[in-house]
Design a protein around this ligand. Structure first.
Ligand SMILES: Nc1ncnc2c1ncn2[C@@H]1O[C@H](COP(=O)(O)OP(=O)(O)OP(=O)(O)O)[C@@H](O)[C@H]1O
Length: 358
């Protein structure tokens, strides 16, 4: 008997005729349920002509009917953004990017692949911007590995919710001078990953519009790695001042970073530049030495190929990792370290580039 996971995966065969990308990649699948012999799905198709909707629904129906034990398919199609109470994923997309009241600029941090230090960069960038005197929010949209609560030392806190029904509003948690909301604070750790993708679009929108951000100069968004639903959802939901692409110097991680960068360009999102993380290892007892453990030149190459600046090179230092584990980002715990200085420089560069772009 087919499972919801198999049904969700089967929808990968349904493609956008223009880009050739799958319905999953396009962020069209809001919900998949299987109650044999019936599969129930909810699609979000932004501003499509009826004929296009019909074609996609027909294709989805066909692939689902091929699954073992499914003889009936129920398809719901959404279009406009729904702003239900927090915790219930909204389904649908608004007509175009919609600014968040009180938030002046949104800067996204993304990477082609996981583990390159994207969250470390997002957290330290946010803290360094706050140290510059700005009012900063941090939205951790990395639904697959939301680790900013640990990095900011608030993993045991639950954000408060105020108001009722459609008026409900999530209150970000304050830590190290920034206001933070994370999927990690709301989603149970053991929730199957299969449900996270379809929930993404709705949850990102709710975190953007239904969190009480107040007046913020900058909202930093930590995206999941890759080129998936979250990147699309964010770009469709809000105007983005720019995106910072994080990579390590290895040539192998460049391939993924290139794909990520190309996706943002394709979506018309301004790429502020590249951050090369783990550039070289700095031994704790010899801060003047550098060991290029992962090779060198990757960040520079990526930046050059795309005609964008190399915003910063962050060395690999033990205190960066320790600060992350202990809930005290390095720009706070070791402000004089090589990495902290590099992060502060990055914050200034990001501000410059974002203000030039706007
Ligand atoms: N410059 C650095 N020096 C030392 N350790 C680092 C550095 N950057 C990141 N790390 C460590 O590497 C690990 C991965 O970093 P991080 O979680 O920021 O990566 P990520 O790209 O966000 O990963 P994910 O894909 O899981 O979201 C963490 O333990 C972090 O502390």
């Amino acid at each position: 008997m087919a499972t919801a996971e198999q049904a969700h995966n089967a929808l990968d065969q349904v493609k956008d005729s223009g880009s050739g990308r799958s319905a999953i990649e396009m962020g069209w699948i809001d919900q998949v349920r299987v109650i044999p012999p019936r599969a129930i799905i909810r699609l979000t198709l932004p501003g499509f002509a009826q004929s296009q909707r019909d074609r996609l629904a027909q294709e989805a129906r066909q692939v689902l009917l091929e699954l073992n034990g499914i003889s009936e398919v129920q398809i719901e199609i959404g279009e406009t953004a729904s702003q239900g109470p927090i915790g219930q994923a909204g389904h649908g997309q608004s007509a175009g990017p919609q600014a968040i009241q009180g938030v002046r600029q949104i800067v996204a941090v993304s990477s082609g692949k996981g583990g390159v230090g994207k969250s470390t960069v997002a957290v330290n960038l946010a803290c360094a911007l706050a140290q510059e005197g700005l009012s900063v929010g941090l939205l951790d949209a990395d639904i697959y590995g939301p680790n900013t609560p640990t990095m900011l030392g608030v993993a045991d806190r639950t954000p408060e919710v105020s108001g009722n029904g459609a008026e409900q509003c999530i209150i970000p948690i304050e830590s190290h001078g920034i206001a933070m909301v994370s999927m990690g604070l709301l989603i149970e750790e053991n929730q199957p990953v299969i449900w996270r993708g379809p929930m993404l679009n709705g949850i990102i929108r709710q975190f953007l519009y239904q969190a009480y951000w107040g007046e913020r100069d900058v909202l930093v968004v930590d995206l999941p790695p890759g080129t998936g639903d979250a990147q699309l959802s964010l770009a469709q939901a809000v105007p983005i001042a720019g995106v910072v692409i994080v990579t390590t110097p290895q040539k192998v991680s460049l391939q993924d970073a290139r794909r990520g960068l190309a996706m943002f360009k394709q979506m018309g999102v301004n790429v502020l530049g590249v951050v090369e993380n783990m550039t070289a290892f700095v031994p704790p007892d010899q801060p003047e030495r550098r060991y290029a453990l992962f090779g060198s030149g990757g960040g520079e190459q990526l930046a050059m190929e795309n005609n964008v600046p190399l915003l910063a090179q962050i060395p690999m230092e033990m205190p960066v990792q320790e600060g992350g584990n202990e809930g005290s980002p390095i720009v706070h715990s070791r402000p004089e370290s090589v990495s902290a200085k590099a992060f502060k420089q990055l914050a200034k560069q990001v501000l410059d580039c974002a203000s030039q772009a706007s």
